[in-house]
Write a protein that binds this ligand. Structure first.
Ligand code: ZN
Length: 235
C-alpha cells in the first residue's frame, strides 16, 4: 500500500499498471487490514498541504502520543475533496471504498485466519496482533517522524515537524515512509531517501515491481530535485 496507494496514486510519482493497483487494493482490503483508498488519498494530500498545522487530518503540532494514536483510527475531517482520480472512480475501488465493505472486510479477514488455524481464539489473537503491529507502523509515520524530538532533518528550514528516522527497523517497517523530512520536501519524487548510502527498503521493493514490469516512473517522479545527494533517481 505504501508503494502503490501512497507513491503511485496519492503522489503520482510511480505509474503502476491500473489492474495491479486495483488488484492489490481489493486483495489487501479483503484479506488484510482495511484502509479505504479514497479517503486515505484525500487525507494524505491534506496532510502534505497542511502538515502539522490546522487542516492536517493526521496530527497537529501539539497533539501527543495518545491523541495521535486515536487519530490513526479516527482522524480529523478533511476540509475538501482532493481525491478525484479516475482510478478511484473505477468500480472495484468504489466498492471497496464503501462503509459496507469496511465492515465486510473485518469478517472476511478474520475468517481467512480462522480457516488457516481452525481455532477462533488463536485466530483472534493473530488478527488483533497484526493490527497492533499496523498501528505501530502508522504511529512511526504519524507520530515519531512528525515530532522534532526524534530523528534528524536534512531540510531544517521546512515549517512542518517532519523528521527522518534512518534506522533499519522503521525504514523496513514503513517501506521508507519514515523519511518524512525528505518526503515532505519533495513529495512527488519517487523515493524518500536522498542519499545513495541511505538504506531504502521502499525503493528496493519498487525495483522488484519494475523487474516484474508492473511499474514505471512518472515524469515528476523521476525528476531529480535540487539538493539531493543523488546522480540519478535509482529506478
Ligand atoms: Zn506522502
Amino acid at each position: 500500500m505504501t508503494d502503490v496507494i501512497h507513491m503511485g496514486v496519492a503522489h503520482r510519482a510511480l505509474v503502476f499498471k491500473p489492474w495491479f493497483t486495483k488488484f492489490i487494493s481489493v486483495l489487501y482490503n479483503t484479506v488484510g487490514i482495511y484502509v479505504n483508498p479514497t479517503t486515505w488519498v484525500n487525507r494524505h494530500r491534506h496532510h502534505h498541504v497542511f502538515s502539522d498545522h490546522l487542516g492536517d487530518p493526521n496530527k497537529l503540532a501539539e497533539d501527543g502520543f495518545w491523541k495521535t494514536m486515536y487519530l490513526c483510527l479516527l482522524p480529523y475531517n478533511c476540509g475538501s475533496n482532493l481525491a478525484n482520480d479516475d482510478i478511484l472512480k473505477s468500480l472495484s475501488m468504489k466498492i471497496i471504498s464503501t462503509p459496507a465493505y469496511a465492515v465486510f472486510s473485518q469478517f472476511a479477514s478474520f475468517m481467512l485466519v480462522w480457516l488457516v488455524v481452525q481455532n477462533w481464539m488463536y485466530a483472534l489473537t493473530l488478527w488483533i496482533g497484526v493490527r497492533a503491529i499496523a498501528l505501530w507502523v502508522n504511529m512511526i509515520q504519524n507520530y515519531w517522524s512528525h515530532d522534532r524530538r526524534f530523528g534528524s532533518r536534512r531540510y531544517p528550514d521546512d515549517e512542518d515537524n517532519a523528521m527522518n528516522l534512518c534506522e533499519w527497523l522503521p525504514v523496513t517497517a514503513t517501506f521508507s515512509a519514515c523519511l518524512q523530512n525528505n518526503h515532505h520536501h519533495y513529495p512527488s519524487f519517487l523515493r524518500t531517501s536522498h542519499d545513495p548510502n541511505q538504506y531504502d527498503f521502499g525503493l528496493m521493493t519498487v525495483r522488484w515491481f519494475k523487474q516484474l514490469g508492473i511499474v514505471q516512473t512518472s515524469s515528476t517522479g523521476a525528476r531529480l530535485p535540487q539538493g539531493v545527494n543523488l546522480e540519478r533517481s535509482g529506478l
